[in-house]
Design a protein around this ligand. Sequence first.
Ligand code: CP
Length: 298
Amino acid sequence: MHNLVDVKRLTKEEIIKIIELAQGFENETSISTCFGKNLALLFCENSTRTRFSFEMAANKLGVHIYNFDANTSSFSKGESLKDTIENLYSIGVNGIVIRHSESGIVDKTIEEVNCPMAFINAGDGNHAHPTQALLDYYTMKNHLGSVEGKKIAIIGDIRHSRVAHSNVELLTKFGADVWFCAPKYFEDATQDVIFTKKLDDALNNADVAMFLRVQNERLEERIPLFDYIHDYGLTMKKLRELCKKDVLIMHPGPVNRDVEISSEVLNSEYGKTILEQAHNGVFVRMAVLDILLGKIEK
Ligand code: CP
C-alpha cells in the first residue's frame, strides 16, 4: 500500500491493519512513524469534515501541513495538476491529499506524475471516498463488533455518491448484507447489491441505516423534493414504526436537515452516531497517513 485511491484495491488484511492502528491512535497506544513529514492538502472541492480531520490527524502525528488554495495558487493561472504536484514534490512535499470533482482524477494524476510520494484520495467525483468508508466501518465495528451478516441499508442519492460506492466495496469484503434504497432518479444499477425503491423494505430489520445527502450540485435536473422527503426522509415516526430499536442511524455529512433526516431525529440520541463518524475520522486518517507517510524517505 503506497497510495490510497479506493477501497477496491485494499485487501482485507490492509483494512484490518488500518482499523487496528486507528484504534491504537484513539487509545494512545500507537505512536507516529511519520513525524516531520510534509503533507499537502489539495482540496479543489469544498469540504469540512475530511479537510479538518486530515489536518487534525496530521497535527497529532507531528506531520507538517501545507494547505493548497486553488484560488490563490498558480492553478488560477492555468498550471496543470501534474505540473503543480511535481513542483510541490520538488519543494519537499512527501504526500498529497486530493479532493476533486472529477471521477478518476487521482488515478490519472498518479499515472502522469513521476514522484515517489503518497497520494490519498479524499473524494473524487462520484468515484470513491476511501477514508469515509474506513471511518464508517470503524464506527459500525465499535457498535456492532462485526458487520458480517448485518443488514446495512444505504438510502438516498446513490447515483452521485462516492461514499456509497466505497462503502459497498468495503462492507461486502467483510460479509455485510448491503441494501441500496433510492427512487429511480438516484438509482445506480452498476452495483451488485440488493436494491429496493421502498424505504420500508430497506429499514425492516436493518442494523444500520445510512442516509446520503441529496447532492444538489451534481443534479442534472431538479428532483421532486417534496415527494422525496415524503418517501425517503427519515422522521421519528418512521424510525419508531419501521426500524429496530437499536438501529444505527448514519450519514457521511454534510446533512441537509429535514431532507434526508428530520431535525427531531438528528437532535435525538439517534443523531449522535453521525458526530461519532466525524470524530472517528481523525483516528482512521491518522492510521492512513502513518502507514503511507511512514514508508516515504524524506
Ligand atoms: N463526508 C464528507 O466528505 O464531508 P466533507 O465534504 O465535509 O468533507
